[in-house]
Write a protein that binds this ligand. Sequence first.
Ligand code: FES
Ligand code: FE2
Length: 445
Amino acid sequence: MSARPTRPPPGRVGPGTRRLMDLLGWALAGLLGGAAAAAAGAFTLGPAGATLAALLLLLLVLLQRPLRRFCPPERVGYVPEAGWSRAQTAHRVRRSRRKGQMPPVYPNGWFRLLDSAQLARGEVRGVAALGEQFAVFRDLDGKVHVVDAYCPHLGANLAVGGRVVDSCIECPFHGWQFHGESGKCFKIPYAEKVPEFAKIKVWPSCEAGGMIIVWYHCDSIEPTWCVPEQEELRSCQWVLRGTTEHFVNAHIQEIPENAADVAHLSFLHGPSLMSGVDLRFTRSAFWTFFQHHWQWHPEPEPNTHCSQMLVKHKVMLCGRHFPLLDLTVSARQVGPGLVFLLLKHPFLGRGVIVQSVTPLEPLLQHVVHRVYYQHNIPAFIPKFILWAESVQIERDIMIWNNKQYLSKPLLVKEDAAIQRHRRWYSQFYSKNSVTFQRHRETLEW
Ligand code: FES
Ligand SMILES: [Fe+2]
């Protein structure tokens, strides 16, 4: 006769539940550490306690995990027309909007292609951006190389089936191998001799701020400045606490120009975060309790490719100012596509949000924000800051996705910084920079 499993009497727990409770006690001990560990170990949990502990544990794990928000192109920034999907509306707005007289579409400078963590040793990935096709690979010593994706032999795409061999990339079609540093062909498996002229284009690249960055110049001029390294990132004092990705349908210059547009700050970003990102509903007096003080200026020699923005956020409630909640952000724009926003708060700690803007197409920008923060500050604080940043940028996206770039805007005296910003940003274009018209002509055949 087989023994039937017995139910524990009411109020008692079975061995399985007991094991689960022990496990939870142990996990809590591990998470809380020290004195709390002893308390948690000694503490005998009942069923209600076990459930509570499980929920607490789950909450702690969720709060510690880095924030991840990925917004595909149509998700935000469009007002869907009745009976239309967001994608259909976005498509229609993109086709029908007035393009106007735009600056060139691909400025010269450093642009993010990937996050460093997205490329393991021996891995190759393709990225289409700036009107180019890049093959990005990490050699077996860990160094990143960016080369033109098309093999000069017969045009196969090195990023599709290509293989990393030591410091070279091997083409998937006939096995030619190109050196990542010099671009020189190193081996042709079936040829007696490798011709001297067998070479692939190599793009200057570097890794900084957790990103793989490429130097783009329409005249193939070598880098004229470097991307600064944040010391706290290099020394791992600040750790990654979140990433957000957005796609913006606008000219690249619209995004950095925001920094010099002082007047939009209180109007667009003043309403509290709780009022959301849909501009049809954000403007309610009830939610307005932020005040902003904003300054923008270009940096002098030798950093004329940089500009600075200083923002002081003041929190007001019922007409009263709460200084402890004030936040000061100093943002440094480095070239046309990178921004480092330094965050500093008396008791919420220090960190940086790294913003990158990469043109995937003339009017499609990939915008990535990554927050790094002091590792000894609870992760939910930088996660909240990044979430707040993402709410604010989604309001901007609703403007950018639907606006026209005006080469001769109607400005008042108080808008003077916008013109100064345009003059400053024009240094990233040169005579041969690709224009929207030229880009379109090369695609029409
Ligand atoms: S196409 Fe690349 S080796 Fe032939
Ligand atoms: Fe803005």
